[in-house]
Design a protein around this ligand. Structure first.
Ligand SMILES: [Zn+2]
Ligand SMILES: [Zn+2]
Length: 386
């Protein structure tokens, strides 16, 4: 019955998603989006709280009888990317794009809210809908939502990410560690600039920075246990202004990913020590600003098993499975540090089409994943409060 109701709502869910897609908003600036979400939820009779940690929306669907409280979460923010999909409903906001699928997460969760709001008399307990701001930018919207009470009284929480690299009609999760801890760093190399033909009178920031980039690669390849997981990525390296001038300084920015707390600790320590040693080697000054980002997403086993069991009803047992952990980061991690729950991936790759990764200007999802996502969310809720 939930399956039929969600499929009947498919056109609406797709229309909501396209509206969000046309009007993307950056992290901590989701005012229009939050207004649209809250408007629907109110119209459907939910108790709606707005302005939770910025533009967060928390809405309770209180059932006819008392019982457990289950939370379902979607994220609302878009990215600073110029869209190149050429879709008729492409972004109308220059330089901003829903390139991670959060527009689809919101539409699917609204779909679940719509369906469940019509079943209130069958619900014993409360379904709480969390629409959180700022998943993409640390410290992440989840943390502030929790501090503002979004998890108060919640017995379990579930969330999903549409995933373009898994095909439409599939569902994956893990029974434990799922997504990595995601830290970031800025490293400033201060050398001594000068004439391009007189290197001996300078401390060449470009050479120092280059050595640091290469040396840092060996922290992963030579210093951590090969059976442990880690990533050190330099995303930007900026230095210099002219071909014949030795640059005074260089600024490098990057991210460090890991799962085990000991590895996380070690990677930070080794990056700092490597920078210090290279500074000494060349007579430069190097400053490392290391910021801890999201903790790893670690699913709770019983809840992940429940998620898989419901997913089998939606996707068919042959399309549901355990995935290897993924080195992307997610602030859903904070919810799972506070209450039991699970985070899951729902395949949204278009069959026979090139797949562009998340955060790519040509990223697309197959919208047929949306009613399936809504159905899974409904089933998770009803499993706890039916
Ligand atoms: Zn993203
Ligand atoms: Zn995302």
């Amino acid at each position: 019955m939930v399956k039929a109701t969600c499929q009947a709502l498919a056109a609406d869910i797709v229309a909501w998603r396209r509206d969000f897609h046309r009007h993307p908003e950056l992290s901590y600036a989701e005012s229009r989006t939050a207004g649209v979400v809250a408007g629907f939820l109110r119209q459907w009779g939910l108790d709606v709280r707005e302005g939770v940690n910025g533009y967060g929306v928390v809405a309770d669907l209180v059932g006819a009888a008392p019982g457990k409280t289950i939370a379902l979460r979607a994220d609302m923010d878009a990215l600073a990317i110029v869209e190149e999909t050429g879709l008729p409903y492409a972004s109308e906001v220059p330089g901003v794009m829903h390139a991670c699928g959060h527009d689809g997460h919101m539409a699917a969760l609204l779909g679940a809210a719509r369906v469940l709001s019509g079943m209130r008399e069958k619900i014993a307990g409360t379904v709480r809908f969390l629409f959180q701001p700022a998943e993409e930018i640390p410290p992440g919207g989840a943390k502030g939502m929790i501090e503002a009470g979004a998890l108060d009284g919640v017995d379990a929480i579930f969330g999903l990410h549409l995933w373009s690299e898994y095909p439409l009609g599939t569902f994956y999760t893990t029974l434990g560690p799922m997504m990595a801890a995601a830290d970031m760093f800025t490293i400033t190399v201060n050398g001594k600039g000068g004439h391009g033909g007189l290197p001996h009178k300078t401390v060449d920031s470009v050479v120092v920075a280059s050595h640091l980039v290469m040396a840092a690669q060996q922290i992963i390849s030579r210093q951590i246990d090969p059976l442990d997981t880690g990533v050190v990525t330099f995303g930007t390296l900026n230095s210099g202004s002219a071909f014949n001038v030795i640059a005074d300084s260089a600024v490098l920015k990057g991210t460090v990913r890991s799962f085990r707390p000991e590895v996380r600790e070690y990677l930070q320590q080794r990056l700092e020590q490597t920078a210090e040693a290279i500074a000494q080697l060349y007579g430069a000054r190097i400053q490392v600003d290391y910021v801890r980002g999201y903790p790893p997403v670690v699913n709770h086993q019983a809840e992940a098993q429940a998620a898989l069991a419901e997913a089998e009803q939606v996707f068919g047992a042959q399309n549901v499975g355990i995935m290897p952990p993924n080195m992307a980061g997610e602030d859903f991690a904070y919810y799972l540090q506070n209450v039991p729950g699970a985070f899951c991936f729902i395949g949204a790759g278009q069959p026979d089409q090139p797949v562009y990764p998340h955060h790519h200007p040509r990223f697309v999802i197959d919208e047929r994943a949306l009613p399936l996502a809504a159905e899974w969310l409904c089933r998770m809720a009803l499993r706890y409060v039916a």
